[in-house]
Design a protein. Structure first.
Length: 256
């Protein structure tokens, strides 16, 4: 973790859901995680390991059953309004409004925050161009490819100049070539802005491409391993690291 301190902190977090029949299900149990200022952290794990629940807790959509969740020193559930413009979220699907152009979609958050029309357009155009969408500003979502729509969704998040970026399976629905290029662009822009980023994915290769740190979650949601990702590694070394991560996930045991 960087010297800037914990921007994201989850301490002894437990999340229990109760069904309409009264059955109780523990999705997260004893989760401890800290992410420092400027860190780019990727979270991986099997389906059902609590990744989505963790994401919802961080966004303040649910309060934990016990333990504490803080972002920038504030509780995202109790102080939801504090985080307006402070969080940039890139979802699995682009979630664009079909009746609005790329430019109009990119500036949605700025409209909500009360920016003037000219400033909205200037900021949105800047990010659309950075995301290689010059010439498509007036195109509607149905006129764009899946990768282009996801770029508009990314531009919408970057327009807010947030302090924290969350990416939830943001590239998993795209073809391999498009996903790889978007990951490169995303990492370049996040690194350039020196913002904190948390990526949640089921794809280990994707996690290693983006994250400088890899957190492996196991069932029920808890940290099995927290590792620095290899730098300047050969293909063989990277493949060996991926195999190690897979073994941790399959064994579902905490690694010291």
């Amino acid at each position: 973790m960087n010297a800037g301190g914990a921007v994201i902190s989850m301490q002894d977090v437990r999340m229990v859901f109760t069904s309409v029949d009264g059955d109780r299900f523990t999705a997260v149990d004893g989760l401890n995680l800290e992410v420092g200022s400027g860190d780019i952290v990727a979270i991986v794990g099997k389906t059902g390991c609590g990744k989505s629940t963790t994401f919802n807790l961080l966004l303040g959509l649910d309060p934990p059953t016990s333990g504490s969740v803080t972002l920038l020193g504030h509780d995202p559930h109790k102080e939801f309004d504090y985080f307006r413009s402070k969080l940039g979220v890139i979802f699995q699907t682009d979630r664009l409004l079909p009746w609005r152009t790329a430019l109009e979609n990119a500036r949605v958050g700025l409209e909500i925050l009360g920016y003037g029309d000219k400033e909205q357009n200037d900021i949105a155009l800047e990010w659309l161009h950075k995301l290689e969408l010059h010439g498509f500003e007036d195109a509607y979502p149905h006129e764009l490819s899946g990768g282009m729509r996801q770029r508009v969704g990314m531009a919408r998040a970057f327009c807010l100049a947030p302090e924290i970026f969350f990416a939830d399976e943001a590239f998993g629905h795209l073809d391999q070539s498009t996903a790889r290029r978007l990951r490169e662009v995303f990492l370049e822009l996040v690194t350039e802005s020196k913002k904190t980023c948390l990526l949640i994915t089921h794809n280990i290769h994707e996690a290693l491409e983006i994250g400088s740190r890899l957190v492996v979650l196991g069932k029920p949601g808890r940290v099995l391993a927290d590792m620095e990702t290899p730098t300047n590694a050969t293909r063989a070394e990277m493949a060996e690291f991926e195999d190690r991560v897979l073994d941790i996930i399959e064994n579902n045991e905490v690694v010291g």
